[in-house]
Write a protein that binds this ligand. Structure first.
Ligand code: SF4
Ligand code: SF4
Length: 70
């Protein structure tokens, strides 16, 4: 069975490392890299609330479908 799930995808070329997405994510999906940019370290915890996408001032985040399972 294939389970469809959403997770954030960060366009690092557009990200200015403001940290808003990391601060607003209610599920701690992101971890800040050394340069402050968000790494998606807990994609399975994402509840697709859309806050990261909505809050990013540079439109650097989109939610994409992640197929899990077989
Ligand atoms: S959609 Fe919501 S839960 Fe998922 S990474 Fe963005 S802020 Fe976090
Ligand atoms: S909110 Fe957007 S610009 Fe700011 S750190 Fe997150 S992805 Fe980068």
């Amino acid at each position: 069975m294939t389970k469809k799930k959403m997770q954030p995808v960060v366009n690092l070329a557009w990200c200015k490392a403001c940290g808003l997405c990391i601060a607003f994510c209610p599920r701690d999906v992101f971890t800040a890299a050394a340069d402050g940019r968000p790494l998606v370290t807990r994609p399975d915890a994402c509840i697709a609330c859309g806050l990261c996408d909505y809050r990013c001032p540079d439109f650097a985040i989109t939610l994409a479908e992640n197929k899990v399972g077989v």
